[in-house]
Design a protein around this ligand. Structure first.
Ligand SMILES: Cc1cc2nc3c(=O)[nH]c(=O)nc-3n(C[C@H](O)[C@H](O)[C@H](O)COP(=O)(O)OP(=O)(O)OC[C@H]3O[C@@H](n4cnc5c(N)ncnc54)[C@H](O)[C@@H]3O)c2cc1C
Length: 332
């Protein structure tokens, strides 16, 4: 297997980069409307706000490097405004005087409480006939009549259609269906500060260190970092606390009071695109995973693609670029 890092570097060449940007944009551009639809239908509209996002820079070099992506954003219909330091501070007065410029994405949205959003979806499903069963999931097999069997410890459930969406472990579970493994666990950390001493009106990405501060219902959340290791290795919460120190370089008024650290596992594929599709050799079996840094943003549009596949309808966007066979040389 070609190592993950070599595949990731290969994507930076102009031709594959253009293809990846085009496919990712097709998801991102539809993501906000899709989330609004689902949030509206499940009584969670109050958790979604659309007042833009900001990337800020303290160094000319980092700012100039980021501006190279402008033609791609423009080509794919992503609106962006270039700001100087004063413009950035006019949007977010908590920013430091040494912020020299920024990029403002007016169409960006945010969720003020992702856990609450998930709970709204969950309650909606239960109210509409779904059953909830919590268990380890060992894989999908077929019985003698070719009926799909969901394999759980000590139990098998027959199913007409199954969607495998178990984050990073989906990759391992799909290998028995002929797919080659291409996924790594890219762990990230956040620090939740309930009383940060400053306020932001929208998500702000700190360009040089590449992590974000997002205003939420329960405080200010700093999130980022990339740690490539076993998904179940003990977390290093120093990575969370480090975010507070780094953030003070951009937001000097940030308090030194300790925040709540957290670690999560991003399921990451080397080309930065998710895997959404069906298992050709196994009618009725579908997959959706590998959304890396964009799993919340692109959750609802992914769900719409998967539900189209299940119902035999045309998905709302072209999902060919997300076929997991793109990493396999074996026929599936
Ligand atoms: C610090 C951090 C910040 C982030 N910020 C953002 C952001 O601002 N915006 C954004 O869009 N995305 C963000 N992400 C990325 C986002 O969290 C992921 O893309 C998303 O969670 C992936 O969703 P998933 O459902 O595919 O996988 P997961 O979230 O990993 O969920 C998979 C679920 O399946 C369960 N599971 C796995 N294997 C099994 C098994 N064998 N049996 C039973 N259950 C199993 C797991 O317990 C888990 O509950 C962030 C991630 C991190 C770590």
């Amino acid at each position: 297997m070609i190592p993950w890092s070599m595949r990731a570097v290969n994507v930076l060449k102009p031709a594959p980069y253009a293809k990846v940007m085009s496919a990712l944009s097709s998801l991102i551009i539809r993501s906000q409307d899709s989330i609004n639809q689902l949030a509206g239908a499940t009584g969670a509209a109050h958790l979604i706000t659309r007042n833009g996002g900001l990337h800020v820079y303290r160094s000319e070099a980092a700012f100039k490097a980021k501006l190279q992506a402008l033609p791609y954003w423009e080509k794919h219909g992503i609106s962006v405004k270039i700001l100087n330091g004063a413009d950035a501070r006019a949007l977010e007065p908590a920013l430091a005087d040494n912020v020299i410029g920024g990029l403002y994405f007016p169409e960006s949205g945010r969720c003020s409480d992702p856990k609450e959003l998930g709970l709204h979806y969950f309650r909606y499903l239960l109210q509409n006939g779904a059953q909830f069963l919590q268990s380890a999931f060992l894989g999908v097999e077929t019985d003698l009549n070719s009926i799909l069997q969901v394999v759980l410890p000590g139990q098998r459930l027959s199913a007409a259609k199954v969607v495998m969406a178990t984050g990073h472990s989906t990759d391992r579970l799909l290998q028995r269906h002929g797919f080659k493994s291409a996924l790594v666990a890219e762990r990230g950390y956040h620090l939740m500060m309930s009383e940060p001493g400053v306020s932001l009106s929208r998500p702000v990405v700190f360009g040089e260190a590449y992590f974000a501060a997002t205003p939420m219902d329960k405080g200010l959340r700093f999130a980022g970092t990339a740690e490539f290791c076993r998904p179940d290795a003990p977390p290093n919460m120093q990575r969370s606390h480090m975010l507070q120190q780094l953030a003070k370089q951009y937001i000097p008024g940030l308090t030194a009071a300790p925040g709540q650290p957290w670690m999560g596992v991003r399921p990451s594929l080397p080309d930065g695109l998710p895997a959404i599709g069906k298992v050709a050799s196994q009618p009725g079996l579908f997959y959706a995973f590998g959304h890396a840094h964009n799993g919340l943003t692109t959750s609802a549009i992914t769900a719409q693609c998967v539900s189209s596949l299940i119902d035999g309808r045309e998905p709302p966007i072209d999902i060919k670029p997300f076929d997991y066979n793109r990493f396999s040389h074996s026929a599936n």
